[in-house]
Structures are given as C-alpha cells and as structure tokens.
Design a binder for this molecule. Structure first.
Ligand code: 5MM
Length: 346
C-alpha cells in the first residue's frame, strides 16, 4: 500500500466534489500551437502563458472546477506580475494536476495504431511535480476503430502502460487519472464503439489489478460510447447515456471514486447533454460519481473569443466560466439547454 494512501483517497474525493469536474488544459505545445494557428494567434511561449493565465485567473472558477490538468511548460509559468500559476491555483482552490505521458507514438508492427510513451524517468518526474504542488496526474492512451482495428496488441500495450503509470503515481503521492480514449473518428456505429470500449476497459482494469493499483485512489477518464463522427446513423443523447453507463457498470469496480469523461470532439452543448442525461437517468444507480474532464468542450468558446487579444480577456473568462457551470450542473443532472442563453459578454 502506498504511504500516501490516505492523502490519495482524500485528493480523489476532493477531485470528485459534488457539482464539480476537472478542467483539462494540458495541451502539449504541438496541440496548443495547432489550435492557436487556426485562429491566427502567435505560437509563442508567451501567448501560451497568457492563455493559461486567462483560464486560471477566471474568478469563481472553483464553483464548478475542482482541479485542472497542466502541461509541463505551464506548471513552471507565472502571471504577468510574476505570481506562479500554481500559486494562483492554490489561492483559487483548484487542485494542481499534471500530464505526465510524453505522447502517443506509432506502435511498431501495427500500422495506424499508437502506444503512449513516458515511463522512462517517470518516478523522478513525479517526485518533482509533487514538490511543485501537483496532487494528481494524467496519462492518455488512444484506441482507433477501423476495419480490423483495434488490434489486441494495441489494447494490451496501452493498458499495460496506463497501469505502470498509475502504480508509479500512487507510489509518489499523485492520484492517477487513467485515460483510455476510444477515438470518435470514423464511421463506426455506437454498437461497435461499445464492443471496443468494453474490451478496452476490461483490459485496463485487469492490468491495473495486476500492477497493484488501488482502485479507491484513482480516477477513470473514459470516452463515451457514441457513434463515429462519420457514421450515417448518429446516436441520440439517450442512446449514448444508456450504452456508456452499461459499459461502465460492466467494467469499472465500485471502489473507483469517480469517472470524469473526456469530450473527444463532441460539440460543447452535446458534451453537457450527454453527461446530464447519464446523471439524470443513472446518477443514483452508479457507485462512482459521473463528471467531466473536458478540454475543448470547456475551452473552445473562450479561445475563439480571445484570439490572442488581451483586451478580450474578461469576456473570454465569462465564456469559460459559463461552460464550466453548464458542466457542473450536468454533473448533478441539473443542466438545462436554456442555460445556453445566459452568457452575456459585457
Ligand atoms: C488537452 O488535450 C489533451 C491531449 O493533449 P496532447 O494531445 O497535446 O497530449 C487530452 O488528453 C485531453 O486532456 C483529453 O483528451 C480531453 O480533451 P477533450 O478535448 O477531448 O475533452
């Protein structure tokens, strides 16, 4: 058992506080720059810093956000006036999280599939991040659905990596967020997504068990069971909620404190509707909390508005807080599409 066991349990509970979820803002420089490029924002360290400052200095963010996941560059940055962003988070009541994987790379011998890397030197990096104030971590694996994919090799390699990472995190005092993402890209049906998610989650929990990961000291960050973006028959909100909860009930041990979904390319409103429906229909029947750990589905309207222009920070922060609140409500089954009429920019 980790010497941090009791602290890890407390952190996981705080991450899953009622009405709150986790903000993913751990885009690596490559991903962040791609999003900036699309909007004509200069892809410099200073603009990335300014954008993360915008997010973390949003007043009242902790109403709906328990913790935020940072990237290595961000955890070392400060505000314009020199206050470390980690201090801003502590003062604002936001738990500090950190992405520790080093990205999804081509899986040798398996064209079109990826395996997530980052285990080398991870024990030392975890120790450094803990010293810097981080209390949870994140590692994302990606599984692609296509004709004949995913391969068993891809699912097993990624599950093994997630479990080795999670065990190291618990040893070093960080709650691991375990993120096996079944990608939404493709023309697959919801039924095919269910099969792949079922096999993936089963394999992930088998590997977590083998590596001795304590289920009450981790958070699962899965994708929802949903039809592919190019599937001719698009799933309804209720179908997504039903299939996702059924798949989780089959595979996720009751001891896990919480499930925090990724948005994975869904529209902002759809991501809120899906989470809301799951909580309305099944919230009281699930042993774990069902909440969000969205990146794009929370950040995108704010980023689109800001576009690198610091005169637009206050309005962008309103948009960010609005999406956080919508998802906070959805995590309690209290989201209503009428809430979408509310964001006033001035
Ligand atoms: C923020 O994006 C994360 C991945 O970044 P890199 O690809 O640059 O490593 C990603 O793991 C994210 O945290 C989750 O997938 C949730 O993001 P979405 O946008 O799917 O909600």
């Amino acid at each position: 058992m980790s010497s941090y066991a009791s602290e890890l349990r407390q952190t996981a509970q705080a991450m899953m506080a009622p009405g709150k979820g986790i903000l993913a803002m751990d885009e690596s420089n490559g991903t962040c720059n791609k999003r900036f490029d699309k909007l004509g924002i200069p892809t410099t360290e200073d603009r990335r810093r300014a954008y993360r400052q915008l997010i973390l200095t949003t007043s009242n963010l902790s109403e709906a956000i328990s913790g935020a996941i940072l990237y290595d560059e961000t955890i070392r940055q400060s505000t314009d006036s020199g206050v470390p962003l980690t201090q801003v988070m502590k003062d604002g009541g936001i738990i500090i999280g950190i992405k520790v994987d080093t990205g999804a790379k081509d899986l040798a011998g398996h064209e079109g599939e990826k395996v997530t890397e980052g285990l080398d030197g991870l024990r030392d990096r975890i120790a450094e991040y803990y010293q810097m104030g981080a209390r949870f971590a994140k590692w994302r694996s990606v599984i692609t659905i296509k004709d004949g994919l995913p391969s068993r090799a891809c699912i097993e390699a990624n599950a093994h990596g997630l479990a080795r990472y999670a065990a190291l995190c618990q040893e070093g005092g960080l709650v691991p967020i375990v993120e096996p993402e079944v990608l939404i890209n493709g023309d697959h049906t919801l039924e095919r997504c269910y099969e792949v998610t079922d096999e993936t989650l089963h394999t992930v929990f088998e590997q977590l068990y083998r590596q001795g990961v304590a289920f009450d000291q981790m958070i699962l960050k899965p994708s929802m069971v949903i039809s592919g973006l190019d599937c001719p028959t698009q799933s309804t909100v209720e179908q997504v909620a039903d299939a996702t909860v059924a798949c989780l009930l089959k595979n996720v041990p009751a001891m896990v404190p919480g499930v925090a979904f990724l948005s994975g390319g869904q529209s902002e409103a759809r991501a809120s509707e899906h989470l809301n429906m799951m909580n309305q229909k099944y919230g009281d029947k699930c042993p774990w909390r069902l909440t969000f750990s969205y990146a794009r589905a929370i950040q995108q309207p704010a980023l689109n508005h800001w576009r690198g222009d610091d005169s637009k920070v206050a309005a962008a922060q309103k948009l960010l807080l609005h999406r956080a609140r919508c998802n906070g409500a959805a995590s309690q089954g209290q989201y209503n599409p009428d809430m979408e009429k509310q964001p006033a920019l001035v």
